[in-house]
Design a binder for this molecule. Structure first.
Ligand code: NI
Length: 169
């Protein structure tokens, strides 16, 4: 199970719409395993397929492991946010957005439906950190990054810094 390279802003693949998954085959199972490995190696709380250059609607996440607890891997194929409630502001970062984090306002509680890796329907009710991770990862499938939820000023300051860094390379 190889660790895959994680695509970095401004890679255009991060801005594209991912496609619905229609076939649960061996390639998909391999992709799930590779994304899982990549997420834990990074380490990150979650990873969406476009972040490894695959435009398919697939996310993996684990919000329990970071405190040194046991792994609790979750895989959702074709995730869809079906309910949204409340409001919460938390600091977010992203494996595809280097050297930057910012406070992002999101819904405090969400319900996500989709399929597990065997193709069985699944429903996840999340609040707190889990709700934030779910919204962040599902956003990736629509080409949305957390920096799209911050002020235009903060975003342009970051993007300018990123451009400068790229030019210096
Ligand atoms: Ni991200």
């Amino acid at each position: 199970m190889p660790v895959l390279p994680i695509r970095q802003l401004p890679d255009p693949v991060l801005r594209k719409q991912a496609r619905e998954i229609t076939e649960l085959n061996g390639d998909l199972q391999r992709l799930i395993d590779d994304m899982t490995e990549t997420m834990y190696a990074a380490p990150g709380l979650g990873l969406a397929a476009p972040q490894v250059g695959v435009l398919q609607r697939l996310i993996v996440f684990d919000v329990s492991h970071r405190d040194g607890g046991p792994r609790d891997l979750q895989v959702v194929i074709n995730p869809c946010i079906t309910t949204r409630e409340g409001e919460v502001t938390r600091e977010e970062g992203c494996l595809s957005v280097a050297d930057f984090s910012a406070e992002v306002k999101r819904h405090a509680r969400v319900t996500v439906t989709g399929l597990d890796r065997e193709g069985q329907p699944l429903t996840i009710k999340g609040e707190g950190l889990l709700a934030v991770v779910l919204q962040h990862e599902v956003d990736h499938l629509d080409g949305i990054l957390f920096i799209d939820h911050i002020s235009r000023l903060k975003r342009s300051l970051y993007l300018r810094r990123l451009k400068k860094k790229a030019a210096a390379r």
